[in-house]
Write a protein that binds this ligand. Structure first.
Ligand code: ATP
Length: 205
């Protein structure tokens, strides 16, 4: 099987994530896309992140009805730090015959040299599927210096640029701005019903 590994904070999952995952499945001929929820993202330690249970419920809503999508508990079920290199290694150990293609936005690709053991991460992935993101160039020259051999692993997906991020959605909700069509409808209602992202938000981890 060719498996897409889609790691993220998903706070909240939004239509940018859904479009990326769906396009990756089609363009990279994937049999499955694992949405790997990262409970404690190593590069977001200073951010206030919504409780894992809420983010997991929202990921389940985002993937509902798509036979190729599933939630992976590989990071949920292990203690932090949740480094992506270890995530991919664990997935490979569990399913040695599968091929793992890591999916990410261009912002993540540009940040990759700052990730934990980026060379090990890249060598463990059999491919990288990258989706463009507004304001994020895809000039690989710096990344290639830090991670030789990465170029051959990358496929740039042909997708529209989507100017939506979790940060933007959280800020908009806090300011009372509309977000309804940034999100799948069920997640929009989840955020309303659970009063996520409002200034009086319930305590989060
Ligand atoms: P935040 O603003 O909280 O950092 P985010 O929207 O970037 O959140 P993450 O859950 O951190 O979402 O993202 C998971 C992956 O999806 C990352 O690789 C990120 O680059 C990618 N991604 C998220 N939104 C987009 C988008 N609009 N276009 C392209 N890639 C995206």
């Amino acid at each position: 099987m060719r498996v897409g590994v889609f790691g993220g904070t998903f706070d909240p999952p939004h239509i940018g994530h859904q479009i990326l995952a769906e396009e990756a499945a089609a363009q990279l001929n994937l049999d499955q896309v694992l949405w790997v929820l990262t409970p404690y993202p190593p590069h977001k330690t200073t951010l206030r992140i919504t409780h894992t249970d809420d983010r997991m419920s929202m990921v389940l809503l985002a993937i509902a009805g798509n036979a190729k999508f599933s939630l992976s508990r590989v990071d949920i079920d292990r203690p932090p730090p949740h480094y992506a290199a270890d995530t991919v290694q664990l997935l490979r150990e569990k399913s040695p015959r599968d091929e793992f293609i890591y999916l990410m936005g261009a912002d993540s690709l540009n940040d990759l040299p700052t990730w934990h053991e980026p060379k090990r991460f890249t060598s463990l992935c059999q491919g990288l599927g990258v989706m463009g993101r507004p304001g994020e160039g895809s000039d690989l020259s710096t990344v290639v210096i830090e991670i030789p051999g990465i170029r051959e692993k990358i496929t740039f997906l042909d997708t529209p640029l989507i100017e939506i991020s979790g940060t933007d959605i959280r800020n908009r909700v806090a300011l009372g701005k509309p977000v309804r069509y940034f999100l799948p409808e069920n997640i929009f209602h989840y955020i309303l019903n659970h009063k996520l992202y409002y200034p009086q938000d319930k305590p989060s981890k």
